[in-house]
Design a protein around this ligand. Structure first.
Ligand SMILES: [Mn+2]
Length: 424
């Protein structure tokens, strides 16, 4: 199924008048406060978030997987799904693949197909947390950190193969998340595991194409429950430093212990010039993979305030991706909701009065600093989001349009009700 602009336009018509008056009201109020509304709109219009290929099917848990109809069974169908999301939201024109779940049969045909849909390939992701069929060494006790050189070599070769696959598609970066660690005290020599990991990453880094970036993800626990080799941002930062200037840390919102001050980590990494990528999701307890902004929207806003401040002072924009996978909702609806939450946080950070905030920070006036932060946060920015989408030919209200166009119904009719996406 393809969604063309006329389809979208037809769903917008009946909401147009109401939108115009609510947007005008908001724009006037923001202009009155000295905000350049057109500037905010153009910043938002150029903002793009990559969709992970594994989020397009039903997500599994270790207890069960509840499928739904019309899941994308092929890589091209996954690209079709991303194009649907992009047509409705105008901010999702990139996909992030997971190898070996998404190996293209013919890379140039896949690249051409993606280009015909206006979809680009964002960072590719390696997988050394599962053994593949016929693999002659096991990752059971780690991959890049493994005690045996043969296993490390296999993991390095796999990662380089992922880079080659991505390169053939036009991708320019690899995200490395390692499940490596230990579930029991004494099981692993910490220093040896870190040394092996650093040596392995350096070898991968040296063999990557010169215009590629390496993004190193961290996570405190799971699947190992005693120690993870790359457990926090400091370890990731150290590894990125030891690889070189094209290696960066990637922050995944769900990869922190409860109550960690993620916005401060973001600011620190940005200041160090090592914030390379960002994975959005939300959580209540751990790496819960919940819809972005569904549990802690204020935290998301505070993170965006740091990111925007960084980018306004000339900092390089990190790679943005949603990293969540679901068991209950239609994943396309869930991704649309996540994008809405991300854009909402972005818009609120863009209308923040940073000049006055800075002044009040210098005067050590915490009450007024909070007032300024809250003023932007409590502004209903939905008319701004709708205006951005309207101007790019997307849907005023993407989820309503998704339902009105009966997208899932059409996908089930085309693909059947028992297809299954590769992935978790
Ligand atoms: Mn992630």
């Amino acid at each position: 199924m393809r969604i063309d602009k006329e389809h979208v336009h037809s769903t917008n018509e009946k909401y147009l008048q109401r939108h115009r008056s609510s947007f005008q009201e908001l724009a006037e109020r923001l202009e009155y406060s000295g905000i350049d509304v057109e500037g905010v709109i153009s910043e938002m219009a150029s903002f793009r978030v990559a969709i992970p290929s594994w989020a397009l099917g039903a997500g599994g848990t270790r207890f069960g997987r509840f499928s739904f109809g019309g899941e994308p069974a092929t890589l091209h169908q996954k690209l079709d799904d991303v194009a649907i999301i992009d047509a409705l939201t105008s901010c999702a024109s990139a996909i992030s693949l997971h190898i070996p779940w998404d190996i293209p049969e013919d890379a140039s045909a896949t690249a051409a197909y993606a280009a015909s849909l206006g979809i680009e390939f964002d960072a590719v992701n390696s997988n050394t947390f599962q053994d593949q069929l016929g693999q002659n060494h096991s990752y059971k006790f780690g991959s890049l950190c493994h005690t045996e050189k043969a296993v490390r070599d296999l993991a390095i070769e796999h990662t380089l193969e992922v880079v080659r696959t991505g390169d053939a598609l036009g991708s320019k970066s690899i995200t490395i998340w390692l499940a490596d660690g230990a579930s029991f005290p004494g099981q692993m020599n910490f220093r040896r595991a870190l040394d092996h990991t650093r040596d392995s990453l350096q070898r991968i880094y040296r063999e990557m194409p010169e215009d590629w970036k390496m993004l190193i993800e961290y996570k405190p626990y799971e699947p190992n429950f005693y120690a993870t080799v790359i457990n926090d941002w400091g370890t990731s930062y150290h590894l990125a430093q030891s690889c070189g200037e094209r290696a960066f840390t990637l922050v995944d919102l769900g990869h922190h212990l409860p109550n960690t001050n993620i916005e401060q980590i973001v600011a620190t990494l940005a200041g160090l010039g090592k914030l390379g990528g960002f994975h959005f999701n939300d959580s209540k307890y751990g790496d819960d993979d919940l819809t972005v902004g569904s549990v802690k929207p204020y935290q998301l806003y505070l993170i965006f305030c740091e990111l925007i401040e960084w980018m306004k002072t000339g900092g390089e924009e990190p790679a943005w991706m949603i990293d969540a996978s679901h068991n209950l909702k239609d994943p396309l609806e869930d991704l649309i909701q996540s994008l809405e939450a991300i854009q909402t946080a972005l818009a609120k950070a863009l209308i923040l009065d940073t000049a006055t905030l800075d002044k009040k920070q210098l005067q050590n006036d915490p009450a007024m600093c909070q007032e300024i932060l809250k003023d932007a946060y409590e502004t209903d920015v939905r008319p701004l989001l709708r205006e951005v989408r309207l101007r790019s030919g997307a849907a005023l209200d993407p989820i309503t349009a998704y339902r009105e166009l009966q997208v899932r119904h059409h996908l089930i009719r085309e693909r059947g009700s028992t297809t299954r996406a590769t992935g978790l």
